[in-house]
Design a protein around this ligand. Sequence first.
Ligand SMILES: Nc1ncnc2c1ncn2[C@@H]1O[C@H](COP(=O)(O)OP(=O)(O)OP(=O)(O)O)[C@@H](O)[C@H]1O
Length: 373
Amino acid sequence: MVNITEPNLSIPTVTRRDIERCSFSNWYPQFRSHTIRSKVLKPIPTDLLTYLRQDGLVLPPTVEEVASEDEDGNSAADDSSSGQIEGDGSDDEEAGEVPAAPDLTEVVAELRRLIGELGGAVFPKLNWSAPRDATWIASTNTLRCTTPDEILLLLKSSDCVSDDLSRPYREAAHSIVSSPIGQGANRTGATETTISADTHEPLAEADTELVLRKWSNLNPALEFRAFVVRGQLRAVSQMDLNHYPFLTADEPVLRERIHSFMQHTVIPEFPVDTYAVDLYVLSDHSRVYIVDFNPLGADSDTILVDWDDLIGEPNTADGGGNGTDDTLIHLFPANADGLRFSTGRYSQNRFPVDLNASNYQQSLDTLMRTTHP
Ligand SMILES: Nc1ncnc2c1ncn2[C@@H]1O[C@H](COP(=O)(O)OP(=O)(O)OP(=O)(O)O)[C@@H](O)[C@H]1O
């Protein structure tokens, strides 16, 4: 355990190594018994990777065919709704402008097998990011997937996912730019030009991973982000930006559970000095689960916590912020009426105004024609 004797007043620098450590397959084996059951496809099969990196949003015919057969016992050719996502279909005048999708027959079969092994419903993500910005395109408006085509549509529609593939180390590069030249990870005498090239470095094919996590009906009120700076738990924040009155009453027990879990299970084992970890506490408070690890730096979402609370001098007697009763959980406060709802995270990525919710598929077709003229 590192002990802070001097306040560290600068926002931590994220290194490429920190980012790599937070990649799902790097922490999952170690914390398997403390997190949601998951399956990892690493590397992502070449055909699927090609498909995800291709421009345009087109579902390969194989996917819909297989999915239709799976659900109805009929082929997609009999289903007049198949191919709608493609917009105008393959035999109209615009078909030549849509890039041909690779054959994903094997990928689809593998995804279906994994979905089955995980109980029939999964939450998909890549190394770091889930397609949370694309839920608007899913018929359920969630990331809950029961078929391969739902997974492919979400992954293909997400900027978060495409950033994981095309600019995975962007946060490290950003931090290096804001640091004195020469202090960044593995760099000496670097110029800004050299550094900014890092932001465009794509993820090597061998490092790509598709993660399917067993779908879990998480209560957003019981999700918390814990912040560890230089090996010390500095703060815990509620994640959902809504006020839940019961959290105020439960705060002492939640705090004790989270602090204990962090001190005994996470901090001694996770090989990064400074990070944020998302946690889920069961409603009876009996267990704490890890949802995700994230690097912690200037680009991080600290939610309800100020950077001063993370990097300023700890205001505790032992100076460590390690006890169970010295770091209150930051809870979303009630407004004057005692109740307050806010817009959720990623709400800006929900249904685009161009789409008419009362006629979703027709509107989606229209959008596709617009985006793929
Ligand atoms: N297996 C699951 N089943 C249902 N919901 C889940 C599951 N895993 C995660 N979630 C929900 O999705 C949210 C985002 O998950 P996760 O942190 O893995 O994605 P992310 O892209 O890294 O998000 P962020 O960038 O906000 O950290 C979680 O906070 C949780 O609410």
